[in-house]
Design a protein around this ligand. Structure first.
Ligand SMILES: Cc1cn([C@H]2C[C@H](O)[C@@H](COP(=O)(O)OP(=O)(O)O[C@H]3O[C@@H](C)C(=O)[C@@H](O)[C@H]3O)O2)c(=O)[nH]c1=O
Length: 180
């Protein structure tokens, strides 16, 4: 498992660790000791899978404010997604900046987001399954969100979304949240 720091503090990309042989492959996808060594919050409270039928399905951008937030590890276990992490920690030097990474089930790479960093993705092909590990149990009504096409974030999505939830379509812009 290789931990690669990104320009956004606390956001790490993971790759490697895939052992291939005649049967297929074996990959360690999580190691609590390695997370602890790198100072990352463990993501062991809950796991979840989102299945996405159509190319261009967009989910996000979702976050919980840092003080009450959750860390998450995101991995594509079928297909490929364009995955985005947006820094919404007001005190962070990279506040409002984002990074993107293609998560590919065939590569087995993953992205770790600490508390206060928003997350979203768009699917790059049909039938993409996304596996999450969370540091805290889901709490209904706590999660917030900002619009995927917020001009202040200027995310260069690889295509326009084809499928969005009603909630995501009507999320506020960051400028509407500031001061809350
Ligand atoms: C996120 C989540 C949802 N749910 C339920 C609530 C709801 O009935 C149903 C669908 O939830 P949502 O519409 O919020 O699912 P979705 O829009 O896929 O939400 C996810 O989006 C991506 C971008 C993330 O980063 C995730 O953390 C999560 O916010 O599943 C859980 O039971 N546990 C969970 O952890």
């Amino acid at each position: 498992m290789q931990f690669t720091a990104t320009p956004i503090g606390g956001v790490f990309a993971f790759s490697g660790g895939v052992h291939t042989d005649a049967r297929g492959s074996f990959q360690r996808t999580y190691c609590s000791a390695a997370f602890a060594e790198h100072g990352l919050e463990l993501v062991e409270a809950q796991a979840a899978i989102s299945r996405n039928t159509a190319t261009g399905t967009l989910r996000g951008l979702h976050f919980i404010p840092e003080a009450d937030g959750e860390a998450k590890l995101v991995r594509c276990i079928a297909g490929r997604i364009f995955d985005v992490a947006v820094d919404l920690r007001p005190a962070s030097p990279t506040y409002l900046q984002h990074i993107s990474v293609e998560l590919d089930a065939a590569r087995g790479n993953a992205l770790y987001l600490p508390r206060g960093v928003a997350h979203g993705f768009i699917t790059l092909q049909d039938d993409c399954d996304v596996l999450y590990q969370f540091s805290r149990a889901h709490r209904a009504g706590v999660e917030m969100g900002v619009r995927w096409d917020d001009p202040d974030l200027a995310i260069n999505w690889p295509m326009p979304p084809t499928v969005l939830s009603d909630r995501d379509r009507t999320l506020p812009f960051v400028k509407d949240l500031i001061g809350d």
